[in-house]
Design a protein around this ligand. Sequence first.
Ligand SMILES: [Zn+2]
Length: 193
Amino acid sequence: MYSLAIDALADEMRDAQRAATSAGGATTATNSSAKDSTASHLPVSELNFCGEVLKILTCDGCGHEWTRTEAFSTLSLRLPAGGALAVTAGRGAPPPTLQSLLEGHFAPATLEVTCEKCGAIHAKLQQKVSRLPRVLPLHLMRFDFSGRSIVKRPDAITLSPKLSLFFAASKDTAPPHALTKPTKLQGALQLLT
Ligand SMILES: [Zn+2]
């Protein structure tokens, strides 16, 4: 059923690129909102993968809070620590779900970063999706570091046809960048849910 969405995406990209070509390149594409202006120079093929995350850092020393926004086109998901070894020994937990790995990626963490107010070197990190991508490739980091070598992780993962970023979104989360014409993909995705 994913092929339906992929076919619709391919059609959408072909149509949008044809529209851009027929415009002769003399005029720039206009977007439906001012928020899209920063990405207006990107080709449709890249707009589909543009997401943004808001990173909120809170100093462990003085509580100073600062934010930064970063773009992402894919997410690299870590496997649970020791998962493959535990399964091999016959005492492992059930395979993690892809949704749980996605939520783990956005879980609060402590970073080594210097506070500009007090000089402390640790800060709490919280992440929120500030703009949803239209398409989100996920990369499973199937490896661990062991000394100086890298060990492959053959862990089983429980897949689901439906994933959600709702847990990392808020009322301020922006929708995907507008393309140059209404999207057929939205209809195809609705058929999948
Ligand atoms: Zn501080």
